[in-house]
Design a protein around this ligand. Structure first.
Ligand SMILES: Nc1ncnc2c1ncn2[C@@H]1O[C@H](COP(=O)(O)OP(=O)(O)OP(=O)(O)O)[C@@H](O)[C@H]1O
Length: 256
């Protein structure tokens, strides 16, 4: 039995995943630490999205998926036994490539999660909505139009609204699957600044194709190739002094 890493939110041991007969993840073994940003990088098809979707078991929605090994979250292996998915997803929020607000008011988008979890008083909901929008630096831009449809916001604003929606339920972890790939450079910068601020309160796992982004925002980086982890280390050392030749080839743009 392996010793779990201290201060880890997730301890992953010998984790494998198959789509039918195809093995997409092989023997993953690493830990994700509290209040850190962990970046997952690697070429297209290496298993980044598959991996991040295992952390909140969103992967279970794909028919024919099988997994083995352990993902320990709060000292339990979420790959075994019954897991309360509503509770798990309250604790582990997720942000996707494109902001995907509900076609409802800005207010309702943020209040949705807290309402589902039983908060009914208007005053309390108002406070949560205001604080969540302030936390993502969107409050000043939208405070006079909280009743407007969220679909009328720009792409960058929609993405920040989705982050506000995720943090409104006070999760432990925020998973981000290429959160800025559909955004312009200015909106990208705003989201990156936000990630750096959010890690004071949350643990963040981010999948990104953009190596400069991984270098700018993350504390740790995992380099995936063909469903395996080639290298996992401090972001600074992975980019400045990679220990595996394949990492070096990837980060210097020789493939991928
Ligand atoms: N639902 C599925 N059924 C079968 N195979 C799948 C499924 N989803 C992904 N795969 C395969 O699993 C492998 C990993 O895919 P995944 O989407 O996790 O890669 P990725 O690194 O996120 O790629 P990208 O950077 O292009 O988004 C690929 O070979 C992919 O074709």
């Amino acid at each position: 039995m392996e010793l779990a890493e201290k201060d880890a939110v997730f301890n992953i041991f010998d984790m494998n995943l198959w789509y039918g007969d195809f093995q997409a993840l092989h023997n993953l073994h690493f830990s994700i630490k509290k209040n850190e940003v962990t970046a997952i990088i690697g070429p297209s098809g290496c298993g980044k999205s598959t991996f991040i979707k295992t952390l909140n078991l969103m992967i279970n929605m794909v028919p024919g998926v099988k997994m083995s090994g352990e993902i320990k979250y709060q000292d339990r292996n979420i790959l075994q036994g019954s897991v309360d998915l509503v509770q798990l997803r309250k604790e582990i929020g997720m942000i996707f490539q494109k902001g995907n607000p509900f076609p409802q008011s800005i207010y309702n988008n943020v209040a949705y999660g807290p309402r589902i979890h039983g908060i009914k008083q208007k005053k309390k909901l108002d406070e949560i909505v205001e604080q969540s929008l302030k936390d993502v630096a969107l409050w000043e831009e939208v405070k006079d139009r909280l009743d407007s449809n969220a679909m009328g916001l720009s792409g960058g604003q929609q993405q920040r609204l989705c982050i506000a929606r995720a943090i409104a339920t006070k999760p432990d972890v925020i998973l981000m699957d290429e959160p800025t790939s559909a955004l312009d450079p200015i909106s990208t910068l705003k989201v990156e600044k936000l990630i750096t601020k959010l890690k004071e309160d949350y643990t963040i796992v981010i999948v990104t194709h953009n190596m400069q982004q991984a270098a700018r925002v993350s504390d740790k980086t995992a380099f995936f190739l063909n469903g395996e982890i080639v290298e996992f280390s401090d972001t600074d050392s992975l980019f400045s002094n990679p220990s595996d030749k394949r990492t070096e080839e990837y980060i210097t743009g020789r493939f991928g």
